[in-house]
Design a protein around this ligand. Structure first.
Ligand code: ADP
Ligand code: ZN
Length: 611
């Protein structure tokens, strides 16, 4: 393969990648790095970070070295680049000695544009010698937040990255991440020595993602409904916290006709790799996974990311939801969240082995997550504020914007509940969970109530103005606001210092009332059709489907994921425009020179066949 031999950045953008224009922020970053400057790039998932080092690597003399923790994805990343005509390879521990030797030879011979490297290879002096002998265009440090202990993906090997600048000071470095809280930003800057670098902070908004958080009652059913009504045939990722619930949810989906695969650390590595690879290669699969799945998965057409359990931090949640809709098409981030989540997570933090600072950090993360769940204002505004972008107007594309929940004065309800917690605790110092306390407030005649003589208490039956579900909402919000605590292995409820302020009438409590009907997306009428075809005119749909079928076959033949051939967005544009000649095809976004040569005739034949 010969080098694409680009003249400058805009030439690379058009001829190699087939894109008409840079996305916001990209051009400045590219120009800065091409000129040899160091950069720290904070950009949301799907924002287009890769181009920010790939183009400078093509324009500058020498090889661009990309440090990435995503070993399992290197093959796919390299395949995608090669499909564009870029000479890319990788070095990591999955290769045989001979394979690595071949790559090193190509590297030294100047036959590579980009080399992906696992961070642990920096420990080896042989890597240092290799770098000494070749011209290096730049170091790109992908997933740079892995250097941060405050964040959620710390990798010890990332600490080695500080040596890059010491040993090769003349090589520009560009560090990139989608995690951008102030704490992480500061830590990356310090640990990678990027104080002098230019910092590019993009907007973290992902406008095509619709955020929705619903009360959890039967999560698997709720998920199935969502898949059937809005995401039939779409690729999706469903996150659960435990392996067990991953397995059960995947089985449930399969039993109900949704093609789904499990992914968690308890599966052997072959099954994991196979399931990940099927997800990337087949259309319309749902992967049910623990959080271990998905970093760096650049499958652009994931239409749904669902959380069946509360994530542990907003950083994690935002990265996971960011895996939806990288292609810019409408996508959904949906979460079911309930009282048990709060209790369980508080309990986990309480009983963790970590030291005080660690537990405190976890609980700050959890509080921010709970505040998002219980907000009565725009979810997106709140998320963006968390990443430092304050005062953005309501987005119009999240559940609270689409169906605003009311807030209500829950002070009296809070007082009733807290006094019940207090009374039940006094009773022989036994402590009870939320269920029993709610039964008492509702005046229920259960065996447990009689056994503990809770029907004798003054709080018995004083809460009948609310239903059971509403009481659970009250408890959730008290926990979220720190007005109630959780203790011990059974997760019993206890009063906190702040509870006293409510009981002593020194503090009012505002609560969120769930809207009667859950928010439906603006285009609810689309029915059971795949979201990817929604905005196509009716008459273009058969062609779009035909192109997808052609893409599947082509991808299979070449052993690459379908999106490496073309993205959905490119196929949609072809279907809408019906190009008749190669020259017409060349103008479509996502079709660079290499792909035009390779696939142009094939695509035109499909278009002609559907005419
Ligand atoms: P990130 O690494 O920030 O998550 P990627 O680099 O994977 O994002 O880019 C996300 C998607 O956007 C990819 O599918 C990529 O091909 C596409 N993309 C990036 N830059 C552009 C551009 N200038 N024009 C059109 N599409 C782009
Ligand atoms: Zn909103």
């Amino acid at each position: 393969m010969t080098s694409p031999g680009v003249q400058d950045a805009s030439d690379a953008l058009k001829r190699v990648f087939g894109y008409d224009s840079f996305r916001p922020g990209q051009q400045e970053i590219v120009e800065h790095v091409v000129a040899g400057g160091d950069a720290l790039v904070l950009m949301p998932t799907g924002g287009g970070k890769s181009l920010c080092y790939q183009i400078p690597a093509l324009v500058r003399p020498g090889v661009g070295v990309v440090i990435s923790p995503l070993i399992a994805l290197m093959q796919d990343q390299v395949d995608a680049l090669r499909a564009l005509g870029v000479r890319a390879s990788f070095l990591n521990s999955t290769q045989t000695f001979d394979e690595r030797r071949d790559v090193e030879r190509a590297f030294l011979a100047g036959e590579l544009d980009l080399l992906y490297l696992a961070p642990e290879r920096l420990q080896l002096e042989s890597t240092g010698r290799l770098f000494d002998q070749a011209k290096i265009a730049l170091f790109a440090i992908d997933e740079a937040h892995c250097v941060s202990q405050w964040g959620h993906d710390f990798r010890k090997d990332y600490l080695l990255l500080s040596t890059l600048h010491e040993r090769w000071p003349e090589v520009p470095r560009v560090a990139l991440t989608a995690t951008a809280t102030e704490a992480t930003h500061t830590e990356i800057t310090e640990r990678l020595g990027l104080a002098e670098a230019r910092h590019f902070v993009a907007s973290f908004d992902r406008p095509n993602i619709q955020y929705r958080i619903v009360p959890k009652n039967s999560p698997q059913r709720q998920l199935l409904d969502l898949l059937r009504t809005e995401h039939q045939g779409d690729a999706g990722i469903v996150y659960c916290l435990s392996r067990n619930s991953v397995e059960r949810t995947a089985e449930f989906l399969v039993a109900n006709g949704v093609p789904a695969l499990p992914y968690h650390a308890g599966l052997d590595s072959r099954t994991r790799a196979e399931n990940q690879s099927r997800f990337l290669r087949e259309d319309g699969l749902v992967v049910v996974a623990t959080i271990a799945f998905g970093m760096g998965i650049d499958k652009p057409d994931v239409r749904l990311v669902a959380h069946l359990d509360l994530p542990k931090s907003i950083e994690g949640y935002y990265q996971e939801t960011g895996r939806a809709g990288r292609d810019g098409l409408p996508s959904t981030a949906w979460m079911a969240y309930g009282l048990a989540d709060v209790v369980q997570q508080r309990k986990m933090i309480d009983s963790s082995d970590g030291d005080f600072a660690f537990r405190r950090q976890q609980s700050i993360h959890l509080d921010a997550m709970l505040a998002l769940c219980e907000t009565v204002t725009c979810r997106r505004s709140q998320l963006l504020a968390y990443f430092g972008q304050r005062d953005t107007p309501p987005c119009g594309n999240c559940d609270t914007c689409l169906a605003p929940p009311e807030s209500w004065d829950g002070t009296i309800a809070a007082q009733k509940f807290l006094s019940a917690v207090f009374r039940l605790k006094n009773e022989r110092n036994q402590k009870f969970g939320a269920g029993q306390i709610i039964d008492v407030l509702l005046g229920k005649d259960t065996e447990k109530v009689r056994q503990h003589r809770h029907d004798q208490l003054t709080v018995f039956g004083i809460g009948t103005e609310l239903g059971e579900a509403e009481w659970r909402g009250v408890v959730r919000q008290l926990l979220a606001q720190g007005l109630l605590g959780v203790e011990g292995e059974y997760g019993t409820l206890v009063l906190t210092e702040a509870s006293g302020e409510v009981l002593g009438r020194r503090r009012e409590v505002l609560m969120r009332r769930e809207p009667a009907r859950a928010a439906k997306p603006a285009k609810a009428a689309k029915g059971a059709r795949s979201a990817a075809v929604v905005e196509l005119p009716e008459e273009a749909r058969p062609l779009f489907e035909a192109l997808r079928a052609w893409r599947s076959a082509t991808a299979k033949e070449q052993g690459v994921p379908p999106y490496v051939v073309f993205h959905d967005s490119t196929l949609r544009e072809i279907a809408a425009r019906r190009p008749a000649a190669l020259a017409d095809l060349a103008g479509i976004s996502g079709i660079g020179e290499n792909k035009l040569n390779k696939y142009g005739e094939g695509v035109l034949a499909v278009v002609a066949g559907e005419g």
